[in-house]
Design a binder for this molecule. Structure first.
Ligand code: GDP
Length: 505
């Protein structure tokens, strides 16, 4: 009793008792040194500190305990039934479907009372485990969940204002890994999952539904499973043998792993006693009968004998490893160069210094990159400007040539107009003269003939004069047409010139 209480005392004050990490090695050595400097004295009378273990027991009972179980196994393998049977209660977990697209971890916390001891029990179930085609998708969420609980605890520990006393510790203390009673060998998924979990959690493998495999096959199956686990390097939880009060039983139980279990909440009357059993047409499988299943061994080891060790191992081994890796990832270390011990403050200062140096280097790099980019951009812009200038010059030349051509056209048109005006004036003179000439001929005829057929002559003269007038009208119309065309062409020229004005210099 006292040794168990002492162990609990050590755990409660978060002082690792057995661990493999170097930081705790250092503190162990320091403690040994201190012990060597301590003198041992005997008192002459009763003082009272012998009641310390009792004080601790009282405090622990008041505080209550917490225990977190993770059940990993395919849907329908018997996880919920076994947990109900283990704690002798109905946790009312709903039946899971086989058609979930992802593995989901469902945690449910219950408060149980036995005598005056309170237990805060959290059961985490893997919903949809093994139902996915991609095996990695099945075990990664489980790994992530365990890490997330460690991370939450670490964050609480690192807070300035910590409340670890009231903190609901959700770190997984044990993983019950359910193996199908196939009688063959471990599935790849089982090996992969256990391999990725063994450094994070205490794994206790169990052969589920052990009543559906014969006794002889079960023995062979157990041996095969253990050799497969050993050859794959999977570390399963070993019941501790360092405490002599339980060393013998634990050592013998380690030889029974993995436990072949049967779960059932149904009760069957055997003799005059009601017992938990599974009833079949050919007989009854009694859950608590050690000839039928290892259920009692599992319950004894998990709950009655090693629950505290599982909690302690979780804190001192698995969490310690997570914490060490995490702090190392963040750049913290216990020893500096030349293996000199380094305080947290010194590590922090060194890290800060390194960070500022790195930041300055990056800033410088970015500045140079920026200058280079600006230069490149400037060169591109200058090239574009040169091209634009060349284009402008070319267009300017084309416009000038065009303008000169139009000027030339205009000059020619003006000359044509002058020539036409001259022609017109000449034609008008000719027309007047022809009129006058036709008038004097008629008079001469009248004088010469003066005969009676004056009317005929007169008609003839009229026709002649009409024909002349018609001739002159046709000629005039031709001239006017020509002049109109010339004017229109001039107007068109001037419109085109206005529509495309030449650049001014
Ligand atoms: P879970 O999905 O893994 O939680 O599986 P359940 O606990 O819901 O069990 C699925 C089915 O298996 C139920 O019909 C149970 O009655 C049955 N079952 C549970 N444990 C055992 C067992 O030990 N042996 C046999 N044969 N059947 C079991």
């Amino acid at each position: 009793m006292t040794s168990e209480v002492a162990r609990h005392l050590l755990f409660q004050s978060h002082m690792p008792t057995k661990t493999t990490c170097p930081s705790s090695q250092v503190s162990d050595d320091e403690q040994k040194q201190k012990r060597e400097n301590t003198r041992s004295l005997t008192m002459s009378g009763h003082v009272g500190f012998e009641s310390l273990p009792d004080q601790l027991v009282n405090r622990s009972i008041q505080q209550g305990f917490c225990f977190n179980i993770l059940c990993v196994g395919e849907t329908g393998i018997g996880k919920s039934t076994l947990i109900d049977t283990l704690f002798n209660t109905n946790f009312a977990d709903h039946e899971s479907s086989h058609f979930f697209p992802h593995v989901r971890l469902k945690a449910q916390t219950y408060e149980l009372h036995e005598s005056n001891v309170r237990l805060k029990l959290t059961i985490v179930n893997t919903v949809g485990f093994g139902d996915q085609i991609n095996k990695e998708e099945s075990y990664q969420p489980v790994v992530d969940y365990i890490d997330a609980q460690f991370e939450a605890y670490l964050q609480e520990e690192l807070k300035i204002k910590r409340s670890l006393f009231n903190y609901h510790d959700s770190r997984i203390h044990v993983c019950l890994y359910f193996i199908s009673p196939t009688g063959h060998s471990l599935k790849t998924l089982d090996l992969l999952t256990m391999k990725s979990l063994d450094s994070k959690v205490n794994i206790i493998p169990v052969i589920a539904k052990a009543d559906i495999i014969s006794k002889a096959e079960l023995q062979k199956f157990k041996i095969k499973l253990m050799s497969e686990l050993v050859s794959s390097g999977v570390q399963i939880y070993q019941f501790p043998t360092d405490d002599e009060t339980i060393a013998k039983i634990n050592a013998s139980m380690n030889g029974h792993l993995p436990f072949a279990v049967v779960g059932s909440m149904d009760e069957v009357k055997i003799g005059n006693k009601m017992v938990k059993a599974r009833q079949y047409p050919w007989g009854v499988v009694q859950v608590e009968n050690e000839n039928h299943s290892d259920f009692v061994k599992l319950r004894e080891m998990l709950i009655c004998t090693n629950m505290e060790d599982l909690r302690e191992q979780t804190h001192t081994r698995h969490y310690e490893l997570y914490r060490r890796c995490k702090l190392e990832e963040m750049g913290f270390t216990d020893v500096g160069p030349e293996n000199k011990p380094l305080s947290l403050q010194e590590t922090y200062e060194a890290k800060r210094h390194e960070f500022y140096g790195e930041r300055q280097r990056k800033e410088e790099e970015m500045k140079q990159m920026f200058v280079q980019r600006v230069k490149e951009k400037e060169a591109i812009l200058k090239e574009a400007e040169r091209e634009l200038q060349a284009k402008f010059e070319h267009l300017k030349r084309v416009h000038q040539e065009e303008r000169m051509k139009l000027e030339e056209k205009r000059r020619l048109l003006e000359e044509e107009i002058i020539a036409f005006s001259k022609k017109k004036a000449t034609s008008e003179i000719y027309q007047n003269q022809s009129y006058m000439a036709s008038g004097s001929n008629l008079k001469k005829d009248k004088d010469r003939k003066k005969i009676s057929n004056a009317q005929v002559l007169e008609g003839g003269s009229k026709r002649a004069s009409e024909s002349m007038r018609a001739g002159s009208l046709v000629y005039r119309a031709q001239l006017e047409g020509e002049s109109r065309r010339a004017r229109e062409s001039l107007r068109a020229g001037s419109l085109s010139y206005r529509a495309h004005p030449l650049p001014q210099h």
